[in-house]
Design a protein around this ligand. Structure first.
Ligand SMILES: C[S@@+](CC[C@H](N)C(=O)[O-])C[C@H]1O[C@@H](n2cnc3c(N)ncnc32)[C@H](O)[C@@H]1O
Length: 419
């Protein structure tokens, strides 16, 4: 009984005194030292337990990027759980919106599809009582262990059930983070288009009905609850956003992490782009969103909007703030002659405009002594690495080159980050 063939027993063994001391012993073992550590520890401990401890240590190391070193060292994970969980920065931001009396102001949330508890933990830390539901027994055991390890067991009740069977009527709000099948859940926005969206990264068609549970079920659950939030892939097509919902795209450190559909916020249905870690948030009611900006000649500055702004279709709002227009009607680069500090876009001063021509670029960079070349692109199939190899940058200077289109014409714009 027990051991590798019974994941629940194997996990329970990790939480015994012997399991804990093994976890401490393997905490900082590097991958290259694993074999030696395993051989040594197996002299005094069961082989299955040693393997489980080493696997858990590896998962904890992977989890540091999402949960930070302090929490990751105390928490437990499954491979899927660490992959699918919400990072602390995003979960904390959302939990504050749930808790804030000026926003949703809720005291209790049914977290439907809780996984190993990434969101449940953040909600509890915001002072919210959480019912955390998952149908996978091991995932529930891990979520329970995490609530205990972080001192949140009084606020988090973990229940093993299918979310479609759970009565949530006693809760102020529901939160649903469905499992997304088939590949990596929606990654960073890489779309070149000013109306980026509709396809997840890697060309996968966004299919919310392939979610478990399907998005249509989650929307119905949200509509029945007083307040709700649904976490979805950032590639959700805008026509799949229910008309009463606020759709929020969240980036962290410039990478788009997720979209959230909020229900019951008491505000007009809006689009919102939120940029973590600073928390700047740009919101526009759907009824009064600006039309696409006009296309203009290349000006002194190029503004590269954050991916969350692009996904939220708020490029026009940012263009208005910087008194800018578009370089091309299909590309989310904003051009302007005005320097305006904005958190929603990175500003570059453009010094040169060339038709797409690698030789001319190479000559220009030689003349300027550019050895450090940053290549950015939207609307170009050229691979940045390939371009860098061809132009062989040399010298003490640095520059940024944008490979893009200007009114449809393949163009290279050379510049540097605006001071
Ligand atoms: C994306 S993960 C949730 C991650 C979680 N929010 C976190 O931050 O750790 C989705 C979870 O939904 C669970 N799940 C999928 N369909 C379910 C259903 N019908 N009932 C209960 N749980 C379900 C899966 O077992 C998986 O753990």
């Amino acid at each position: 009984m027990g051991g590798v063939n019974d994941p629940l027993a194997s996990f329970a063994a990790l939480r015994t005194d012997e399991g804990r001391s093994l976890l401490d012993a393997v905490r900082d073992v590097e991958p290259s030292q694993e074999l030696a550590a395993a051989t040594r520890l197996r002299r005094d401990h069961p082989a299955d337990l040693v393997s489980a401890a080493l696997a858990q240590a590896r998962l904890r190391q992977r989890a540091v990027a999402k949960f930070g070193a302090a929490d990751a060292a105390r928490m437990f994970f499954t491979p899927n759980g660490v992959e699918q969980s919400t990072r602390t920065s995003v979960a904390t931001y959302r939990a504050r919106r749930f808790a804030d009396p000026g926003e949703l102001g809720v005291r209790s949330v049914a977290d439907l599809c809780c996984g190993i508890g990434g969101d449940a933990i953040a909600l509890a830390r915001a002072g919210i009582a959480v019912l955390a539901v998952d149908r996978d027994p091991l995932t529930c055991a891990v979520a329970r262990a995490n609530a205990e390890a972080l001192g949140l067991a009084d606020l988090i009740e973990v229940r093993e059930a299918d979310v479609t069977d759970v009565d949530t009527s006693a809760y102020d709000a529901v939160f649903v983070d469905p499992a997304r099948r088939g590949g990596r859940p929606g990654g960073a926005a890489r779309s070149a288009s000013v109306r980026g969206g509709g396809r997840a990264t890697g060309g996968r068609i966004f299919d919310p009905e392939a979610y478990s549970p399907p998005l249509s079920w989650a929307v119905e659950a949200a509509r029945k609850a007083p307040r709700a939030a649904l976490k979805i892939a950032p590639g959700i097509p805008h026509d799949a956003v229910p008309e009463e919902a606020e759709a929020e795209w969240i980036s962290d450190g410039g990478d788009v992490k997720e979209a959230v559909l909020w229900f019951g916020t008491d505000a007009p249905a809006s689009h919102r782009a939120t940029l973590l870690p600073a928390g700047d948030t740009l919101v526009s009611p759907r009824a009064t969103m600006l039309p696409d900006p006009e296309v203009r000649p290349v000006g002194r500055f190029l503004y590269e909007p954050d991916g969350a702004v692009i996904r939220a279709h708020l490029v026009a709002e940012v263009a208005a703030r910087v008194e800018g227009g578009l370089l091309d009607e299909t590309i989310a680069y904003v051009t302007s002659d005005t320097a305006v500090a904005t958190p929603y876009a990175t500003a570059y001063e453009i010094t040169d405009q060339l038709p797409f021509n690698v030789k001319k670029l190479k000559a220009l960079l030689r003349e300027r002594g550019v050895g450090i070349l940053t290549v950015k692109k939207r609307g170009s199939a050229v691979e940045p690495e390939e371009l860098r190899r061809k132009v062989k940058p040399q010298g003490p200077g640095s520059a940024t080159v944008f490979l893009t289109r200007v009114r449809g014409a393949p163009t290279m714009l050379v510049g540097h980050p605006a001071a």
